[in-house]
Design a binder for this molecule. Structure first.
Ligand code: C2E
Ligand code: CA
Ligand code: CA
Length: 702
């Protein structure tokens, strides 16, 4: 069967055309041809059809146009083979034609090789076209892949390894996260990144699955070039070749370091104290439990819990500021770490409360000894902002089997012992016992009841008169708070005031006492026509948290209470420990005419040098001091010198707890100004004040 071929013939010699067609047909081609006789129609005709070949005469008028034709085809990117029909003698010219891009030249006389050339050219054309299509397709695919790769590269960190796990490609993003340059990674195994969270065995399993063609996804903790770590969420996709084996692996990594760090932070925050980095109560309890478990099995490593509370930390915080308070806590926790051996577990239970768990001590005696050594170690002054802060702490100890065998009981008992130590005297050590628990229980109950006491009108104020020894008049009174508990009856202020101070209830209680005091002053003024003066006891908390000065100014403005009718009593410890806070307030009070008394002198530090620093009006000598005084003994000389010195400083001296006439006479002979005590009167309730005054002055005048 003849093979069809479409040919464009540029020839104006009809004989030649005839020869050409005949030659083609004779050689088994079935030409579909068009003849163009002038060069003018060339462009249009070329574009009309998908020609297999152009046969062009080298004679006029085409001769001069050949280069134009070739240029046109070239520019239009029309791929049609051009075969010249030339004279054999034009050899030299033909060579030039060949160079300018014609595909072949045929001798027009013999037409030898015509069919052969045409078929060859058509074959090559088909091949070229196919190649072109494939190339275009390939090019497009490549472009697509590149686009995809670009997109992949943009959003991800990508690495490719060959079948042997050798890195053959990494994108910039991946190289960047590893801290290596791309070229440093290429040619290496992924082991260069020293993954931290997977063992050799883990990797063996992972690769076994990937080798089988399965996609793997997981989180890997890798190591950067500088040794720091980074987390990636990695997907490894195996690529399987025609032979069924994997020829490369593409790994897509997501940087999840921030997320992981945030997670770690969350877990850390849940179990560690933010400020000191020490384990918190929850983690600590778990550790105690572990130790108890081990002890139960091995009967070795006796768990002992220490509870350590910094004394007067609230005051430090208040006077130096929270920031300094925090610094002190950090230094304190560092010292605890320094002192304790590496097996010790240290925690900050909250605020100024620390605890240590030890399991190398063999007895309670050793534990007590340990606590005292720790006490000494922690006693070194802490330098802070130019000051030296001297800290003491109170220690509670509890041990396994001593009142408890569970972690929480052990810890609670140590805390109870610590509270007990503190209530005895700050800076001491106490070992837990059952009685402490009962006491704490009782105190907690009382504290609870106290919260309701004010609302339920269980709190009242009694007033105790103070006698002026020179004028023999009632110099002033002291307001003393009372609590009638619905079940327990009268509870001593010595018992509940410390609890009120701890719970903050002392603030509303003191305001209540002040209002009651104002009521008495008003009532006496109205009924007796003269003002009396009443002293109110002030706890440290009233100085820290509230402005006592403004309360008193308010009482004066709102209720017309003269300042001279009000006195305040502060204790030595309050005055001495917190000079910078109290001195200005006390000075202000004295300036407006409120007298300030130093209470219980002789019980605490009794540092005479401090007296000078304090703005005071009255010095109240404690009852216990009086108990030991007898004519001519050492205490009596001390008493005389205290009274004299107080007078030198311009203070009035009051002796407290005078129960006997002899005491009164002795004090009078020592020039003491005023006395307070049962000899004169017990504290009396509000309604008994006026009758007392009536009675007293009746006696005086009679
Ligand atoms: P204080 O300020 O030293 O009060 C004197 C205490 O001695 C009172 O005890 C009083 O009843 C008692 N007393 C008076 N004369 C004699 C006596 O001749 N012999 C004996 N044995 N005791 C006498 P009270 O009322 O039990 O108060 C105890 C402490 O409670 C007070 O000691 C004071 O520190 C505190 N307190 C009382 N009321 C308040 C208050 O309203 N606020 C504050 N912050 N503390 C208060
Ligand atoms: Ca007092
Ligand atoms: Ca007193």
């Amino acid at each position: 069967m003849a093979s069809p071929i479409s040919v464009l013939i540029l020839e104006n010699d009809s004989n030649s055309v005839f020869d050409l067609v005949r030659e083609m047909k004779a050689n088994g081609l079935s030409p579909l041809y068009r003849v163009v006789e002038s060069s003018a129609n060339f462009e249009a005709t070329v574009l009309e059809e998908d020609w297999d070949a152009i046969i062009c005469s080298t004679r006029a008028p085409f001769q001069s146009e050949i280069s134009f034709f070739l240029k046109f085809l070239n520019e239009k990117k029309i791929d049609i083979p051009v075969i010249l029909l030339s004279e054999p003698e034009d050899f030299h010219k033909n060579l030039l034609y060949m160079k300018s891009g014609v595909n072949d030249i045929i001798d027009r006389k013999t037409l030898l090789r015509l069919t052969e050339v045409l078929e060859r050219e058509r074959r090559e054309l088909v091949y070229r076209k196919e190649k072109n299509t494939t190339e275009t397709f390939l090019y497009q695919s490549l472009k697509e892949i590149q686009l995809q790769k670009f997109a992949l590269d943009q959003a991800n960190k990508v690495s490719i390894t060959d079948a042997n796990g050798i890195i053959t490609y990494v994108n910039d993003a991946f190289a960047k996260i590893t801290g290596y340059e791309s070229f440093e990674l290429l040619g290496h195994n992924h082991r260069i990144l020293k993954s931290q969270n997977k063992s050799k065995e883990d990797w063996a399993k992972i690769w076994e699955s990937i080798h089988k063609g399965k996609v793997w996804r997981g989180e890997i903790l890798n190591t950067k070039k500088d040794g720091s770590l980074f987390w990636v969420d990695t997907t490894i996709v195996p690529f399987i070749g025609t032979d069924g084996s994997v020829f490369q692996y593409i790994a897509i990594h997501h940087d999840i370091t921030d997320q992981k760090l945030a997670e770690e932070q969350l877990t850390h925050d849940a179990f560690y104290d933010n400020l000191t980095g020490l384990p918190n109560r929850a983690l600590y309890l778990a550790r105690i439990e572990q130790k108890i478990f081990t002890y139960n099995i091995q009967k070795d490593g006796y768990p002992i819990v220490f509870c350590i509370n910094i004394d007067n930390f609230k005051r430090i915080n208040h006077s130096l500021g929270n920031e300094s308070g925090d610094k002190i806590l950090i230094i304190f926790s560092e010292r605890l770490k320094q002192f304790s051996d590496k097996d010790a577990i240290i925690t900050r239970l909250g605020a100024d409360n620390f605890s240590i768990l030890l399991n190398h001590l063999l007895s309670i005696e050793e534990a007590v000894d340990y606590a005292y050594r720790l006490f000494e170690f922690l006693g070194d002054p802490i330098p802070l902002g130019g000051y030296e802060i001297y800290l003491t702490a109170s220690y509670g100890i509890s041990a396994f089997g001593l009142g408890g065998k569970e972690a929480d009981v052990l810890l609670r008992n140590a805390e109870i012992a610590m509270f007990h130590a503190k209530s005895q005297k700050v800076g001491t050590v106490a070992v837990f016992n059952q009685a402490m628990q009962e006491k704490i229980h009782f105190q907690l109950e009382i504290q609870n009841d106290l919260k309701k006491a004010l609302i339920h009108n269980e709190i009242s104020v009694f007033f105790q008169p103070i006698l002026d020894l020179k004028s023999n008049q009632i110099g002033h009174w002291e307001a003393l708070v009372r609590w009638r508990h619905p079940q327990r009856g009268m509870v001593s202020p010595a018992e509940f005031i410390p609890l009120a101070e701890d719970s903050g209830l002392i603030v509303p209680i003191t305001r209540f006492v002040l209002e009651q005091t104002a009521n008495v002053i008003e009532e006496v003024q109205i009924k007796k026509g003269y003002p009396i003066s009443i002293a109110v006891n002030l706890s440290p908390q009233v100085f820290y948290d509230q402005n006592i000065f403004h309360w008193i100014v308010d009482l004066h403005k709102r209720r017309g209470i003269p300042y001279s009718s009000l006195q305040v009593e502060i204790t030595e410890s309050l005055a001495m420990k917190n000079l910078s806070d109290t001195v200005p307030i006390l000075s202000n009070l004295i300036d407006i005419g409120v007298k300030v008394a130093l209470d219980d002198f002789g019980t605490g530090f009794s540092s005479l040098s401090y007296l000078e620093k304090l703005p005071l009006s009255i010095l109240k000598i404690d009852k216990s001091f009086l108990n030991n005084v007898h004519v001519g003994n050492k205490e009596s000389f001390l008493l005389i010198s205290i009274i004299n010195m107080a007078h030198d400083l311009g203070y009035t001296v009051v002796a407290e707890g005078v129960e006997e006439l002899e005491q009164l006479e002795l004090l009078q002979s020592y020039q003491c100004d005023e006395i307070q005590g049962y000899w004169l009167s017990k504290p009396v309730p509000f309604p008994e004040i006026i009758p007392f005054l009536d009675q007293f002055y009746k006696k005086e005048t009679s």
